[in-house]
Write a new protein. Structure first.
Length: 95
């Protein structure tokens, strides 16, 4: 499938990235080659192959959850550069 420049511009707008004039053609070629690879994958016969969520048979590799005492507030905030009572104080980022 060939990706045209309007499609590249649309994807760039959705991804909120700004493309320079010379980059559009390169992205069109790259996206076209990615979609061509997906077309090749569609041609692979997967009849009789069960769906998987992972290629390896992993059995819960995470540790068991255990209750443990947590830090008290003063200990947790001891290295905070700025605090307000029992909370971290951070710079305002929105008006």
């Amino acid at each position: 499938m060939k990706v045209d420049l309007p499609a590249v511009e649309h994807v760039a707008m959705l991804a909120r990235i700004e493309l320079r004039e010379g980059e559009r053609e390169g992205y069109a070629e790259t996206l076209s080659s990615i979609l061509a690879f997906f077309d090749r994958l569609k041609a692979v016969d997967t009849e009789g192959i069960p769906p998987t969520s992972h290629v390896l048979d992993l059995i819960d590799a995470l540790r068991e959850d255990r209750r443990a005492p947590s830090l008290d507030v003063d200990e947790a905030l001891q290295n905070a550069p700025d605090r307000a009572d029992r909370f971290y104080r951070v710079p305002k980022i929105m008006d």
